[in-house]
Design a binder for this molecule. Structure first.
Ligand SMILES: [Zn+2]
Length: 204
């Protein structure tokens, strides 16, 4: 078995490929294409950032391990996503780490996962609302099951977003019943992502 160096940006998935006896290949696929599997080989788009390739690998590995057909059903897609979540961020380790949804801390602990995967997984266990902006554009807004929240960000959240854009740095804002942590994520790609994590004391 070859030794995989710690600084290999694909180390996480190379180890999984060995563990599950799956072969792994990188190819220049078209824009928007994440990858695919044929039998027990997973092919990933070499143009995608490492964290996205990691997620795609774990999702496709889920289809293989769970014995899904070549044309998975919607239910099988959800199973493959759940397999990917559990493989990247195992519940037993992740629950004690995710309580406050501190995305910068989580990224240090789990560098192989993207901020978005970390945020989505956190909301399975911790209470809060996460809003994602790409540049000025609102990309996603999601919350834990136990919170009722409006589909659009409220005034205090937009204020937190603007402050984070101006300072180009992580910020914390407290409003009367809320704490809003904003994370400025510039990974040198075309757009900067900003994550707001809203912690409500009462429902937003
Ligand atoms: Zn799939």
């Amino acid at each position: 078995m070859e030794t995989i160096p710690d600084n290999d940006e694909n180390g996480f998935i190379r180890r999984l490929a060995e563990q599950y006896n799956v072969s792994l290949r990188f190819e220049p696929l078209g824009e928007g294409v994440r990858g695919y599997k044929i039998d027990s080989e997973i092919v990933l788009n070499e143009h995608n950032p490492p964290e996205r390739r990691n997620w795609t690998f774990c999702h496709e590995l889920g289809h293989i391990v769970l014995g899904h057909s070549m044309t998975p059903t919607d239910a099988e897609e959800r199973e493959a996503d759940q397999f990917a979540s559990e493989t990247m961020l195992p519940q037993r380790d992740f629950i004690p780490d995710s309580g406050d949804i501190e995305l910068d801390k989580l990224k240090n602990l789990y560098p192989h996962a993207s901020y978005e995967v970390l945020a989505r997984r956190s909301l399975q266990f911790a209470r809060g609302v996460v809003t994602i902006f790409d540049g000025e554009h609102l990309t996603a807004r999601m919350g834990s099951d136990d919170i009722n929240f409006p589909p659009a960000p409220i005034q205090e959240e937009m204020d937190a977003f603007r402050e984070c854009c101006e300072k180009k740095a992580d910020c914390v804002k407290t409003a009367k019943d809320l704490t809003i942590n904003s994370y400025y994520v510039d990974q040198g790609r075309s757009v900067v992502r900003i994550f707001l994590v809203t912690h409500p004391l009462v429902d937003v």
